[in-house]
Design a protein around this ligand. Structure first.
Ligand code: ADP
Ligand code: ZN
Ligand code: ZN
Length: 751
């Protein structure tokens, strides 16, 4: 009898053994149907085949094999196992995160068609639109659906473009409209629907290696150093200031790998960045380039997965974090661009893995090299490079010797004192913005808060609305006339009077991007303003539209959150305003200064990228903080020196390793006592390495109360034992009846 150890998509540690019935042909990496628990059927993945009959339980047979050939490669299985072990997460969770749902569904994957809608041709003029809107006045639900359609599809920009925009019917319905209203619009002839096959990968045309730009001398020198470094080191850091041409160097490295018939994985932290990068890479690599990200439909992701297993896989994959979980055949190089960005680490749900670390592991399995690139390395990476674990190549010059932007610091406190601020805008910022716009140049404003105002408050009694499910105040979104919780997504009506005192004076506090946009429209009525944040980029093509409008000069003043801070390459941005540096500096985390520096340096890097030096206006209440001066002087080395000394002194990474232990429960009393008990269990093994339990700054999210313990582990401690004890403590806690519905999880190397 032979047996198969199977990965199941359940939150339980380990593999599950099943018997392989006689005559069944099954291989590692294939999907199988099995029953688990009370006869529930699961689609599992075969991880191991062997002849050892399990002693302690009755094995059930595999019910069915779903694949003729493996759909998971050996290296993927190895990587899954590494992620599961290192990040202390059941391998079933890794499986769930890795596989597109079409491959997880029992009935397998079929190409699907989706219902699309578009505006009927006869309504495609401004006049006709008015007729349609008049016609719908008596059907408010339909009118609302129609207006949402216009916004989603881009028809709100009528007059600026003649293109028709289509969206899926689901996209519209997901905005909260009923099928009835949408169908009524179709019946009235305003909208029309049609089926369209989805999952067509867009083919990029023939590759054009001749489009590769020749490198400048300094770039060539860096390129050579990278090659040389790869002779000795598996991982190399390319630390190059913004606009030094790192991307052009990557393109050369990619082509070189392709010439050796190797595959390349190019990771980027965020979706917003892929549009421009995609175009740059597609110009050169054409249909040899595949793109993989979460905004793609499931069908598209399944197709890429299958193509990667086929005889003609993509040679280059460009993707966000989860692309590291794709199948590869002969990977030669991984580029982790903007390696410092913390969103490379997955937060929720498990597996809480860091794509940079996973990439380095994956490369190792293929004997491939990893290049980490950034203008502002994470402290961990720079430390690894400085201490010789990684190679280090540095580029201190922008392409064509263009100067880094000049940074002027504005002291908000002083100006407020002198009553010279216009809301959040300093006179200098407004004056420089006006001049730039008048010269036909572009301006970017950065504010790391979306919504209209982060808080509203009753002027009389000070009442502040809070989320019912989370321990946070609500953000006002005026465009939608809603209060929203940014932690659970719950929305609330904006009260007309204060529920505490009945007062009618509810005032807004603080500034989100929406309010800034509103006020800028008043201050610069002639400017063409766009906003890029989570709220304006919910639909599939929204990023692309905002970025391409700005690139083409159709808009000239762009307001955004951290989405605009990285990787975007615009030609005509001469002024960048950082409205409030203090939001970032005051964040209660040991990485606050590192993060703030990076954010500011990256945003600043958007200024003056072609032709001339740009200007950055940095508004802050703490102009004398060393980190502000380091930003002004582009003194990454200074920042590194001061922070690394602090990290060493206070036992933080990269010297010490951190593991956060989270406990969550609906009852605050239960989680309180569980935290104390977990703390004492952990102290038995880890003694003074354990801190807490503490209430985190936001101690309740989605109706679950939270406690957090911190483990600080000195270098050289045996991690295998650490993991063993943590798992044991978790298990013992959950066996206690009082804590059976407690959630306990670990965040290894938290960001
Ligand atoms: P980084 O990735 O370091 O921010 P980029 O690669 O985006 O820098 O380069 C900044 C700008 O300079 C881009 O528009 C890029 O096309 C241009 N550039 C950089 N190097 C070259 C080169 N060797 N030849 C032509 N243009 C270049
Ligand atoms: Zn009140
Ligand atoms: Zn909430």
């Amino acid at each position: 009898m032979s047996y198969a150890d199977i990965i199941l998509p359940v939150p339980l540690t380990g593999l599950f053994t099943y018997a392989v019935p006689d005559g069944m042909s099954v291989g590692i990496g294939m999907r199988v149907l099995v029953t688990f628990g009370r006869s529930k059927t699961y689609l599992g993945i075969v991880a191991r085949l062997h002849n050892e009959k399990p002693k302690d339980y009755q094995v059930k047979p595999i019910s069915q094999v779903m694949d003729a050939t493996p759909i998971i490669t050996d290296n993927q299985l190895k990587l899954w196992q590494w992620i599961a072990d290192y990040y202390m997460s059941p391998i079933g969770e890794v499986y769930k995160a890795a596989l597109p749902s079409g491959l997880k569904a029992e009935d397998g994957y079929r190409p699907r068609t989706e219902l699309y809608i578009q505006l009927s041709p006869k309504f495609r003029s401004e006049q006709a639109l008015h007729v349609a809107i008049d016609m719908l006045q008596r059907a408010p639900k339909q009118l609302k659906a129609f207006l949402d359609y216009l916004e989603l599809s881009g028809w709100d920009q009528l007059g600026q473009t003649e293109e028709q925009f289509e969206i899926t019917r689901d996209e519209l319905i997901n905005q909260g409209h009923t099928l009835q209203s949408v169908n009524a619009l179709v019946q009235r002839g305003v909208l029309e629907t049609y089926d369209k096959e989805v999952g067509r990968l867009n083919f990029g045309g023939d590759p054009h290696p001749e489009h590769i730009k020749p490198l400048s001398d300094v770039q060539q020198e860096a390129f050579n150093q990278i090659q040389f470094s790869f002779l000795q080191k598996n991982v190399t850091l390319l630390h190059g200031v913004t606009s030094s041409g790192k991307t052009e160097i990557y393109i050369h490295l990619i082509q070189q790998a392709l010439d050796k018939h190797q595959q390349v994985l190019y990771l980027l932290p965020e979706i917003a960045l892929t549009v421009q990068m995609m175009q740059r890479l597609q110009r050169v690599f054409g249909n040899r380039l595949g793109i993989y990200h979460s905004k793609y439909s499931d069908a598209e992701r399944v197709e890429i997965w299958q193509k990667q297993l086929s005889k003609h896989p993509y040679d280059v994959i460009l993707g966000a974090r989860s692309a590291v979980l794709l199948p590869f055949q002969n990977l030669g190089l991984i580029i982790v661009d903007e390696e410092h960005v913390t969103s490379y680490k997955q937060q929720d749900p498990a597996p809480r893995y860091h794509a940079r670390s996973a990439a380095i592991m994956l490369a190792q399995m293929y004997g491939a090299k990893t290049l980490l690139g950034t203008a502002t390395p994470s402290l961990e990476t720079y430390h690894n490079a400085k201490t010789g674990k990684y190679g280090l190549v540095e580029l201190f010059q922008r392409y064509k010797g263009i100067q880094l932007p000049e940074i002027q610091v504005v002291d908000i406190k002083d100006l407020q004192h002198r009553k010279m601020m216009n809301g959040v805008f300093s006179p200098l910022l407004l004056a420089k913005t006006r001049e730039a716009l008048e010269r036909g140049e572009q301006v970017i404003y950065f504010q790391n808060r979306r919504g209209y105002a982060p808080m509203i408050e009753c002027k009389q009694c000070g009442w502040v609305p809070h989320c019912q499910h989370c321990d946070v105040s609500l953000t006002l979104h005026r465009n939608m006339n809603q209060l929203t919780c940014h932690y659970c997504g719950y929305t609330y009506q904006v009260p007309t009077e204060c529920p505490a005192c009945g007062g009618h004076d509810l005032i807004t506090k603080g500034y989100g991007t929406e309010k800034i946009e509103d006020q800028l429209r008043d201050i610069f009525p002639e400017a063409r303003i766009a906003r890029m944040d989570l709220d304006t980029t919910r639909t599939r093509n929204a990023y692309e539209r905002i970025i391409s409008d700005f690139s083409a000069g159709r808009t000239n003043l762009l307001i955004g959150t951290q989405m605009i801070s990285k990787g975007l390459d615009f030609d005509k941005v001469s002024v960048v305003g950082i409205l409030n540096a203090d939001n970032m500096l005051n964040y209660p985390d040991f990485r606050a200064y590192e993060q703030a520096y990076m954010m500011m340096a990256q945003v600043a890097g958007r200024a003056g990228r072609k032709g001339k030096q740009g200007l950055v206006i940095l508004q802050t209440k703490s102009p004398t903080l060393p980190v502000i001066q380091q930003v002004v002087q582009n003194d990454y080395a200074g920042l590194y020196r001061s922070l690394i000394a602090e990290r060493q002194h206070f036992h933080y990474p990269p010297y010490y390793r951190l593991i956060y232990v989270y406990l969550k429960h609906r009852s605050d009393a239960v989680v309180e006592s569980a935290g104390i008990e977990m703390g004492s269990r952990l102290r038995q093994w880890f003694s003074a390495r354990v801190l807490g339990p503490d209430k985190p700054a936001i101690a309740k999210v989605k109706s679950l109360s939270i406690r957090k313990l911190v483990l600080k582990l000195e270098p050289g401690i045996g991690m295998a034992d650490v993991r063993k004890y943590l798992a044991l403590a978790q298990q013992q806690m959950l066996q206690d009846k009082r804590y059976s519905s407690l959630q306990i999880y670990f965040d290894v190397d938290p960001q």
